[in-house]
Design a protein around this ligand. Structure first.
Ligand code: TRP
Length: 349
């Protein structure tokens, strides 16, 4: 296992041939995170860090905060504005530069939302109904009834992606059905009304790199994740409580010793070192030496991010201003696309 898994692109049915395996500066990248809680180290090492790298290489980056989507599996989106601000703070902490990247809330972009109507005309109820990710979310939802929004949010997600003509969408495997639908909608629109939308490729992230402190998938909804914004003490406490094993000699063997190896990997990622070398450095110090080393590595690596986050958190007025600016930019892009859609469909402005 390597410490930096290579992203792979799905072949994608683009008529222009096989998709390149790496993003190019000509790509427009769009991705996003539901505003339901703080981002954690799994997000950071899984995708966030990579987005910032792409941004810094000059790729045009859009980050959608899908605030309507929060309402798919609950009646009320509680503390929504707080979660949105928290998410933007996490982005800023990680190095997202609002001067270069467009960060926006999709509920604030009317023209994006309007695309949903023609898009819904291009998909059948049966197609919406057999989306495996939606089925899974319905099965795990505590809602008594399935809302229309739950059923249709993948078409809404197509609007999130197509309004800015994104060409590459970095997401986890669970999002692939939504990307497939997005390509279907783009293709059918173009066939019916003329060429407007590119068919975006998926930039698939590998299986989650980091496990939670209990050895299962790191998740916002389980008490097993280390938030980017956690304090050094909280971080120490979480790592102290992490599951390990009884073998004193520390090694990096993800198959044989998933919990210990996960901690080793976490330190290695923070220090940009090889995990075998990190394990060798701890030797037969046992779990407590390992945990002390991991805590130190995480807190050292995150210190500048956390300082940046704390500074922005002091000035929420500025953060809100950044959101308004991102929304204004997204609105201009969405209006231009909607104009093309009107022209293609023969509707009036
Ligand atoms: N559905 C995504 C999730 O649950 C969030 C999302 C909404 C998204 N719109 C998007 C992701 C557009 C990528 C592109 O995580």
């Amino acid at each position: 296992m390597t410490t930096t898994p290579r992203p792979t692109t799905t072949p994608g049915p683009t008529p222009t041939g096989t998709a390149p395996a790496v993003p190019a500066t000509a790509d427009r990248i769009l991705t996003g995170d539901r505003p339901t809680g703080p981002l954690h180290l799994g997000h950071y090492f899984g995708t966030l860090r990579n987005r910032v790298r792409l941004q810094n290489e000059g790729v045009d980056l859009f980050l959608v905060i899908p605030d309507y989507q929060v309402l798919t599996d609950r009646d009320v989106a509680e503390r929504l504005s707080e979660h949105v601000e928290g998410l933007v703070l996490d982005y800023l902490a990680a190095g997202v530069d609002p001067a270069r990247a467009t960060v926006f809330t999709h509920s604030s972009v009317p023209a994006l939302n309007q695309l949903l109507l023609p898009f819904l005309s291009l998909v059948s109820v049966a197609e919406l109904g057999r989306n495996p990710t939606v089925k899974d979310e319905i099965a795990h939802s505590r809602q008594a009834a399935v809302s229309g929004l739950m059923y249709t949010y993948p078409a809404h997600q197509a609007a999130d992606i197509l309004f800015c003509k994104a060409t590459l969408v970095p997401v986890g495997r669970d999002q692939e059905p939504h990307l497939e639908l997005t390509r279907t909608i783009a293709r059918r629109f173009n066939e019916r009304y003329g060429p407007v939308f590119p068919e975006p490729r998926t930039l698939l992230s590998e299986a989650p790199l980091l496990l939670g402190t209990d050895g299962t998938k790191m998740s916002k909804s389980r008490a097993n994740s280390i938030a980017l914004k956690a304090s050094p003490d909280e971080t120490a406490r979480l790592i102290r409580g992490a599951k390990t094993d009884a073998t004193r000699l520390i090694s990096y063997e993800p198959e044989l010793r998933p919990e210990v190896s996960n901690l080793v990997l976490l330190a290695a990622l923070c220090q940009g070192r090889d995990p075998h070398e990190v394990a060798a450095g701890i030797g037969d110090g046992g779990a407590s030496a390992l945990k002390a080393a991991v805590t130190e590595a995480v807190n050292t690596h995150l210190a500048p991010l956390r300082a940046r986050r704390a500074a922005y958190a002091q000035d929420l007025g500025y953060v809100r201003q950044l959101i308004r600016e991102g929304n204004a930019r997204a609105n201009a892009v969405a209006e231009a696309t909607l104009d093309e859609v009107r022209e293609a469909m023969g509707t009036f402005r």
